[in-house]
Design a protein around this ligand. Structure first.
Ligand SMILES: Nc1ncnc2c1ncn2[C@@H]1O[C@@H]2COP(=O)(O)O[C@H]2[C@H]1O
Length: 853
């Protein structure tokens, strides 16, 4: 996993504004123009410049929008053709104010006219653009006018248009104005957006445009915008820059943890490289492969070498634990990598020995150095076994892969050996490889099932196979001579198929092979036999353990099932009950519930047990009315007390009027709430996530139900239920006296609201336990609760006494040691001490004469 610095991700980074670069540039350009325009305006029309008091006055966002619109619009207007009097006719739905009519507003506004004059004067490009634009518009208008005039002949029903050309001009120009207006509004809106999202104090400037706009803002601010008027939100280039910066930091300081998903997948890639090297480097001893794929091999080698190089970078960014802390500092990680075994192995892997291939291309085994990376393959196997849900399958997969690689290597060694010995031409019994041993495959050209002639007429044969075998073979050969085709294989296919066959049979000792007839052949055979024995021991052991593990659970279940069956038969249990028990047992097995959860959890440290329990029950329990506003620490302990129970179909969880001692949480299944066992009227159904019976956790004085169940509850199908016992709760509440009071209060309120609590005449609750001390509280406890409490108190006293005894014995040992040490000091310095005492140098505060005796 790539680690990152904990940059605070701002919302705008998550949602980049949809602005194109072109739009940015256009805004920049327009801004520059408007800046000049403003500058000129201030020079030509001092009344427009806000005075110090104005500039200081904060203004709200809408004002700014209008002012910016005013700023940008004239610039656009400057590029529009000068309106011809009498031509402009704005559609009825078009804005009719001055701002919306550039021509009229410009004409009627001498101030603006003077501004444009200055702009034209100072920006010749704009003037030339304007001229070009005017010319184009004129042409457009003329063309349109011509077209209109053509159509006007046939459609003179538009009598109000006396001059069709004028009409065309008028429409096209209004289109242009309309577009310009839209453009202006769009820019205004964008300006507004942008200002709203300015990152720093200057809300009219983005970082990228700073240099352009500084002049505008410093010299002739249109309106002073308070720095905090808009939220700081980088946009455009600033945002991209921030994003790139963040990515750069992430890349520069990335780190990898061993258990991260990134490292796992990266290891998978490295493993692929290792396997590739293992297969490729030996297969290039075959001539066909070498000649046909040498350069492809070189490219692939380079690719995987780069991957291995990158693995060194990853290795240098591996976190490690130092004094219990995970170290993620770049330099420390690098130093740790340099010191590690991994670094040495990685360095050895990357020895560029395969440069020799360019001189001696046959020496493909020179890449053997890359095999050092095999340790990463082992790491990958370990990581996979940690992560996978199918460990047995993975184990068998790894075993078979290693077998395949071993066979492959052995086949190549055998071929090399045969090459060294010299290939025999036509001896099928030769130990080494011979092309004669591998025939090209032959396929029948007739179909035996369809074609009658395709069957060899054995019944017509007069030859007895036992006596005239050779003749029989010749006859057969003649018969098939024209009834098959030969597919000729390349040399490599024949070589590899034969050698891998030899290799697998020799290693597994599964088939008879030609005898070795020389010392070298013997040596190879013995070597193979040794490897075969080792491999077999490993494979059989591995597969055996996998099979044992896989069948372990099945066997255990079978044993348990047999035991139960035997017991029930032996005791003569009714067959209906037997069926119920066995069905329930099967259900538990299929839902993986035969495991003892407590036993499994007990393997974990208490902290994790608490985490798991909280994850399973805390949310459900926090919604129970009884725990309303109770201390979260109490809830954290309550979740640890919850135990699981499975109920079969029609099992009763509790019956009406039974002593209530548990609270239930439904994890899975459906429960029926029955009014009574007798009439079986269903009041309600409870499903997953429901809780009930919570009032049985505390004993409430005045409970009209008297701690009895108000209804019966029956499981419809199989139900998984979590149970919280009253005893556990009472014991826990001894440590939380305040919470006990709160729970009692909640319980009383609940009972009261259901009309199940004794009330006084005014209908108020009889007792208030809030102000009670522990002594008074005892009166409200049931005998069971009192006993529990007593047990708790005795346990507490016991604990305290134990602590006191331990502390006493510790202190006495300490003092004994001290006295012994003092005695030793005194004995060794007896004379000096006596002399000092005698001379009055040492004063003990006691009667020194006693010591001097
Ligand atoms: N009509 C009902 N619908 C759902 N749950 C009920 C209904 N009546 C009672 N219960 C719950 O079922 C529980 C049975 O045991 P208790 O009487 O202790 O508390 C009961 C309530 O929590």
């Amino acid at each position: 996993m790539f680690a990152t610095f904990n940059f605070e991700e701002s919302p705008e980074l998550r949602e980049p504004p949809k602005r194109s670069r072109r739009r940015d540039r256009s805004v920049k350009y327009l801004r520059a123009l408007s800046a000049k325009n403003n500058q000129e305006r201030t020079q030509h029309d001092p009344s427009q410049v806000p005075g110090p008091s104005n500039s200081a006055a904060p203004i709200s966002a809408p004002h700014t929008v209008i002012s910016m619109a005013e700023t940008v619009a004239p610039v656009l207007q400057a590029q529009l053709p000068a309106p011809r009097p009498g031509i402009l006719r704005v559609p009825s739905n078009y804005p009719s104010d001055d701002e919306a009519r550039p021509s009229t507003s410009t004409a009627s506004n001498p101030r603006r006219e003077s501004r444009w004059a200055v702009i034209r004067e100072r920006s010749p490009q704009i003037v030339s653009k304007e001229v070009k634009f005017q010319e184009k518009t004129k042409k457009l208008d003329l063309n349109k006018g011509r077209m209109k005039s053509r159509s006007a002949g046939s459609r003179d029903r538009k009598a109000n248009r006396s001059n069709p050309a004028d009409d065309g001009n008028q429409k096209s120009f209004s289109d242009v104005v309309k577009t310009a207006m839209m453009l202006r509004n769009w820019i205004s809106a964008m300006e507004h957006d942008e200002r709203e999202s300015e990152p720093d104090g200057d809300p009219t400037t983005t970082n990228a445009e700073h240099s352009t706009n500084t002049t505008v803002n410093s010299e002739a601010p249109l309106v002073e915008i308070p720095p905090m008027a808009f939220a700081a939100r980088p946009t455009g280039w600033a945002q991209t820059r921030d994003y790139l910066k963040e990515k750069w930091y992430q890349l520069r300081y990335f780190y990898v943890t061993e258990n991260s998903t990134f490292f796992y997948y990266w290891s998978a890639i490295i493993t692929l490289g290792v396997l590739y090297n293992m297969c490729a480097m030996v297969i290039f001893i075959f001539d066909d492969v070498h000649q046909g794929y040498f350069w492809q091999w070189v490219y692939m080698n380079t690719f995987f070498d780069i991957i291995f190089l990158l693995d060194c970078v990853v290795g240098a960014r591996m976190t490690f634990v130092h004094e219990g802390n995970e170290v993620r500092e770049t330099t420390k990680m690098w130093r740790n990598y340099k010191r590690s075994q991994r670094f040495k192995l990685d360095a050895a892997t990357l020895i560029p020995a395969d440069l020799i291939l360019f001189i001696l291309s046959e020496a493909s085994l020179i890449r053997i150095f890359r095999m050092i990376k095999i340790y990463r393959l082992y790491e990958f196997i370990v990581l996979t076994q940690r992560r996978t849900d199918f460990p047995h399958f993975m184990k068998i997969l790894f075993l078979s892969t290693s077998c395949a690689i071993l066979f492959h290597w052995n086949a190549c060694v055998y071929f090399l050996f045969s090459l060294a010995e010299g290939l025999s031409e036509d001896d099928t019994n030769a130990f080494g490889f011979s092309y004669y041993k591998v025939f090209d495959p032959r396929f029948p050209t007739c179909t035996a099932f369809v074609d009658e002639d395709c069957w060899y007429p054995e019944d017509q044969s007069v030859l007895d196979i036992r006596d005239e075998r050779i003749k029989y073979m010749q006859e057969m050969y003649k018969f098939w001579e024209d009834k098959f085709s030969i597919t000729s294989l390349g040399n490599f296919s024949r070589e590899y198929s034969m050698t891998i066959y030899w290799s697998s049979l020799t290693i597994t000792k599964c088939g008879q092979q030609p005898w070795p007839s020389s010392s070298l052949q013997n040596a190879l055979e013995i070597f193979d036999t040794l490897i075969g024995v080792l491999v077999f021991a490993t494979i059989i052991g591995g597969v055996g353990s996998v099979v044992t593990q896989m069948s372990q659970n099945v066997n255990m279940f079978r044993e348990m099932m047999d035991g139960i069956k035997f017991y029930m038969k032996y005791r003569g249990v009714q067959s209906a009950i037997q069926d119920r028990v066995l069905n329930c047992f099967l259900y538990l097995n299929t839902h993986n519930q035969l495991y003892d959860e407590e036993e499994i959890l007990s393997l974990l440290p208490p902290r994790f047990q608490a985490n798991i329990a909280a994850n399973l029950h805390q949310e459900t329990l926090s919604k129970v009315a009884l725990f309303y506003r109770c201390d979260p620490r109490l809830l954290q302990e309550v979740v640890m007390l919850v135990k699981q129970q499975v109920y079969s179909p029609n099992d009763y969880l509790c019956r009406k009027n039974e002593k209530a001692k548990e609270m239930y949480l439904v994890k899975k299944g459906t429960l029926s709430v029955l009014e009574d066992d007798d009439n079986m009227r269903e009041l309600d159904t409870l499903r997953e996530g429901s809780t009930f019976g919570e009032l049985s956790l505390v004993h409430v004085k005045g409970n009209l139900l008297g701690d009895r169940r108000s209804v019966s509850l029956r499981s419809v199908g199989y139900s998984d239920v979590y149970i919280l016992h009253q005893d556990d709760m009472t014991r826990l509440l001894q440590e939380y006296p305040d919470e006990r009071k709160r729970l009692l209060e909640n319980a009383r309120r609940m009972l009261h609201s259901r009309g199940l609590l004794e009330t006084n005449e005014l209908g108020e609750m009889c007792d208030n336990t809030d102000d009670m001390d522990d002594e008074q509280m005892l009166d409200f406890l049931s005998v069971d609760e009192q006993l529990n409490r007593l047990e708790g108190i005795i346990e507490g006293i016991d604990k305290e006494l134990g602590q006191m005894v331990a502390s006493f014995s510790h202190t006495s040992v300490f003092f004994k040691k001290r006295v012994t040490a003092l005695e030793e000091i005194y004995n060794s310095n007896k004379k000096r001490i006596r002399a000092d005492l005698y001379n009055g140098i040492l004063k003990t505060g006691y009667d020194d004469k006693i010591l001097l005796i």
